[in-house]
Design a protein around this ligand. Structure first.
Ligand code: SF4
Length: 260
């Protein structure tokens, strides 16, 4: 009968020895392990202290002192042309829109004149603006709807404005604020950046920033708050290189990377 031979049990390997062995078997492993460590999330940033009511008031006092009557930069002649200009401004600069609308509005400053001009001509006038084919369609469709449902006038409620082709929440906020003096807050890319960077009204979406700004800004500043914040973002708190050294709210700003 064959004798059974008991093999000596292997000594247990240390964790370090196992790691060395794994890496030897697959040299890519070390690299992967290293890069995984590099990509591991860093410790969460310290959440900045929320602004106090007095600080928000102080910031807007300074904006008002520097520019008591801020103006929007989209050229328009009446609520209708403002509405059209805002619809055309999606993913385009105000300067680019103004260049096209100057001659368009000279011949069509009402919904009926725009319909008389027709989609092909409207398209020609605005062809320097991005997405112009679709925008020309929307301008004609919204003009038709204004005539059919609103007596040719721009309606005064958010729901009605948002029901127009090409018009969303931001369009409604701009029109309600600039044409009808309502305390709305339109959040574009500049306002979104300023609200988040300064820590005044942080939010992951434009709607969150809008609601936070409306919550913290005192009513006495709300009529112009939208323009002050846009202008601040456009000329001072620039996306790539904010001009913190000349910023009039740099002592209040919570951005950890501010350069003052
Ligand atoms: S201090 Fe700098 S980052 Fe802060 S609001 Fe002013 S420009 Fe923007």
């Amino acid at each position: 009968m064959a004798k059974s031979i008991r093999r000596p049990s292997r000594p247990a390997k240390s964790t370090a020895a196992k790691r060395t062995e794994n890496v030897a078997a697959n040299p890519r492993r070390k690299k992967v392990a290293k890069s995984a460590r590099a990509k591991a999330p860093k410790a969460a940033h310290k959440v900045p202290k929320p602004w106090t009511e007095a600080e928000v008031t102080e910031a807007f006092r300074r904006f008002r002192a520097a520019n008591p009557e801020p103006k929007g930069e989209l050229e328009h002649l009446n609520p209708y042309t403002l509405l059209v200009a805002v619809v055309l401004s999606a993913q385009a600069t105000d300067a680019g829109v103004n260049k096209a609308t100057r001659s368009l509005f000279a011949v069509a400053d009402t919904p009926s004149k725009m319909l008389a001009l027709g989609e092909d001509k409207v398209r020609d006038y605005i062809k320097t603006i991005g997405l112009y084919r679709n925008k020309a369609k929307n301008v004609i469709a919204l003009s038709e709807k204004l005539i059919a449902e609103f007596g040719g006038e721009v309606p005064r409620t958010r729901a009605e404005i948002e029901s127009l082709p090409g018009a969303g929440r931001k369009t409604a906020n701009v029109v309600l604020n600039m044409a009808f003096g309502e305390h709305t807050m339109a959040v574009d890319t500049h306002v979104f950046r300023v609200g988040n960077r300064t820590g005044m009204a942080p939010g992951k979406t434009p709607l969150e920033v809008e609601l936070n700004l409306e919550r913290v800004i005192p009513s006495e500043f709300m009529l112009h708050a939208h323009h002050w914040l846009i202008l601040h973002g456009r000329y001072t708190c620039l996306a790539r290189k904010p001009r913190c050294e000349v910023c009039i709210i740099n002592d209040l700003c919570r951005w950890p990377e501010k350069t003052v």
